[in-house]
Ligand binder design. Structure first.
Ligand code: FES
Length: 145
């Protein structure tokens, strides 16, 4: 009887931290960070430009690279709006095509206008607008991962 109680206690003492170690990372909420995309003077008024990023993220016991891109739309008055590159249909990356004046998704031919609104193909929701701000003349965008 005494051995069984001690054995159960040992299993609990070892088991709970072990389970937490493996399960906790998968239960964590999405996090994010402000990413500096450089000087706003480098953006061209009246254009939509791809801005790429790459940084490392600690995910539980792993450190993983995060790479991708966003689309910055700079109006003639230099107001900046940043769109996610993720298609709202099934999450492929959309590409801005200047000559077509549309974002085009290569996966299922989805199309979005220059405001990010869906205009053709399967997407029904607009491209996400990402939170952005300007600090010390640099464009910062809040990215979640
Ligand atoms: S994932 Fe973009 S249209 Fe399907």
């Amino acid at each position: 009887m005494k051995t069984t109680v001690l054995g159960s206690g040992a299993v609990l003492l070892l088991g709970i931290p072990l389970i937490s170690y493996f399960v906790a990372p998968s239960l964590k909420k999405a996090t994010g960070k402000w990413v500096d995309f450089g000087a706003i003077d480098d953006l061209t008024p009246g254009s939509i430009e791809m801005l790429t990023y790459e940084f490392l993220v600690k995910d539980g016991w792993l450190v993983l690279p995060q790479r991708g891109f966003v689309w910055a739309k700079t109006n003639q008055d230099r107001a900046i709006k940043v769109f996610s590159s993720t298609c709202t249909h099934l999450a492929c990356n959309v590409i801005w095509q200047e000559e077509a004046n549309h974002f085009i998704c290569p996966c299922h031919s989805g199309r979005f206008d220059s405001h990010g609104n869906p205009v053709a193909g399967p997407p029904t929701k607009p491209l996400s607008t990402l939170e952005s701000k300007i600090e010390e003349e640099n464009l910062l965008v809040y990215l979640t991962f």
